[in-house]
Design a protein around this ligand. Structure first.
Ligand code: HEM
Length: 161
């Protein structure tokens, strides 16, 4: 895998924008700050949906309504996470692309996005005739746990892998 990614790393180092990203002191810290703020947005939506699914908070609104409330902000935050993640990766390609925790995190992001997409569809399709089942509520908890694991992996890239 490392050998496969080395040409991409070499290519990135040859690009002027890579040198700008790596050599401008404020670019990486700013991308990190925005990244972590977007983590908070994704986590807030996932936490409320999971807790509402367990009947612990927000019972005045249906799960479908909570889902609609958080959907736009979560999708926007995920796009910004991708963009800021790409900026950090371009700035330090070896640190990210050759790190096993970074790779595991990317795989987990893809799987969680797919599961979260189907969860979101199930929640939106719910009606009073078709209530949300225990399985869907469990998936909401699993999606929350998965985002938490991904956040932990993001932090661990700096220390392991
Ligand atoms: C969508 C694609 C994503 C990409 C490409 C990406 C990429 C990155 C990169 C390159 C880093 C820097 C790691 C380092 O060098 O120390 C990072 C850090 C981090 N990421 Fe992501 N990430 C993405 C999504 C997410 C998501 C969905 C979450 C959580 C829900 C997340 C949570 C974090 C956290 C908590 C850090 C540590 C920030 C810090 O230490 O300042 N990331 N990410």
């Amino acid at each position: 895998m490392d050998e496969m990614l080395q040409p991409l790393i070499d290519w990135l180092h040859a690009q002027p924008f890579q040198q700008t990203f790596a050599g401008t002191f404020w670019i990486v810290p700013t991308a990190q700050t925005i990244h972590i703020l977007c983590v908070a947005i994704v986590m807030t939506g996932a936490l409320v949906i999971a807790l509402r699914g367990m009947g612990l908070v927000g019972k005045e609104w249906s799960l479908a309504r909570w889902q609609a409330r958080f959907h736009g902000a979560t999708v926007a935050a995920l796009w910004v996470l991708l963009a800021t993640g790409i900026v950090m990766t371009i700035a330090e390609p070896e640190r990210e692309l050759l790190n096993i925790i970074f790779r595991a995190k990317m795989l987990a992001v893809i799987v969680t996005l797919i599961v979260a997409h189907f969860l979101s569809r199930s929640l939106r399709a719910a009606t009073s005739d078709r209530p949300i089942g225990a399985g869907v509520r469990l998936v909401a908890v699993l999606v929350l746990l998965s985002w938490m694991g991904i956040a932990a992996a993001g932090r661990w890239i700096a220390y392991a892998g």
